[in-house]
Ligand binder design. Structure first.
Ligand code: AHG
Ligand code: MN
Ligand code: MN
Length: 282
């Protein structure tokens, strides 16, 4: 087991209470936009600065990149490169709904292929703060309470009797092929869509099903970012026995040309991913 990866996981776990504790006074929008052209919340910037400072202080971290920054920030000559979505679903802060922190640990400079991931995880700021980590093919879930991290699920696997689905984007913007696919899914599963990918993905990890943010008529690349959201979540769900896709193949087989490249994103039980790829491939 790499103690460099352990150190990175410890920093994220130790930072989670500080991110959560800093949300209340940071529900205001900054004047700046992030590199994806989205308005930044003070909470986005705060979480990003905490993670950058603490991760780059580690000998193991060679660089830090985030959805809030134009370029990766060099650290030491550490072997790992961390990509983070410091606050996922930050638009949920105004409505006091779930949010998360997503991170991927790569063994190559960024942007890199999903196959360069050596670990990935997320923190979920829900009624309690939990942290899900995938490494070496196993997914564990921990409760973070006052900085302590207690494992509550040793080997998290996607349930084989799926229950929930959630798809982003406005329905009129869905392609005909995707809308037809959803017509079938909604006869079988129940809708769970909370506007923060991490909350919705955690529903799929807990109950089984599928989450996605498809390519849209006016935005074929979709909304979510491959490096900061797609790769880590795909790594986690595939490590938990599920599947991922950009509509054609595993997100882990996709290598972004640009740091902030967007992608259609789907994760969940393999049968639903297979059906999706067949539907979009027709
Ligand atoms: P972020 O706050 O990091 O930009 O992520 C928001 C993303 C993702 O969390 C969620 O699935 C999606 O945006 C929701 O988009 P809509 O508001 O268009 O549903
Ligand atoms: Mn974010
Ligand atoms: Mn996000």
């Amino acid at each position: 087991m790499s103690d460099g990866i352990d150190a990175i996981l410890d920093v994220v776990a130790d930072t989670a209470p500080d991110v959560r504790g800093g949300l209340a006074g940071r529900r205001v929008y900054e004047t700046a936009e992030n590199p994806s052209g989205e308005q930044q919340l003070a909470a986005d910037v705060y979480a990003d600065e905490l993670l950058e400072e603490r991760l780059l202080a580690l000998d193991a971290v060679g660089s830090y990149a985030s959805e809030e920054r134009d370029a990766a920030v060099p650290g030491t000559d550490g072997e790992y490169h961390v990509a983070a979505d410091p606050l996922d679903g930050s638009s949920n802060l105004k409505s006091n709904n779930t949010m998360g922190t997503i991170f991927g640990v790569y063994d190559a400079p960024l942007p890199a292929s999903g196959r360069n991931l050596v670990a990935a995880g997320f923190v979920l700021y829900g009624p309690i703060t939990t942290m899900v980590v995938a490494r070496d093919g196993t997914v564990t879930e921990s409760v973070i309470d006052d900085g302590d991290r207690e494992i509550v699920t040793e080997n998290l696997v996607v349930p084989t009797d799926p229950t929930v689905y959630g798809f982003g984007g406005r329905v009129p913007q869905w392609t005909d092929a995707f809308a037809e696919y959803v017509d079938g899914v909604e006869q079988e599963l129940k809708l769970r869509y909370g506007g923060a990918m991490i909350g919705d993905v955690n529903q799929v990890l807990t109950y089984g099903g599928i989450f996605g943010y498809p390519g849209l008529r006016d935005r074929p690349e979709g909304k979510l970012r491959l490096l900061f959201e797609g790769h880590p979540i795909a790594y986690i769900v595939e490590s938990a026995g599920g599947a991922s896709s950009n509509g054609e193949r595993s997100l882990l087989d996709c290598e972004p040309d640009r740091l902030h490249e967007r992608t259609p994103l789907f994760v969940g039980n393999e049968p639903y991913i297979d059906r999706l790829e067949a539907a979009l491939g027709e």
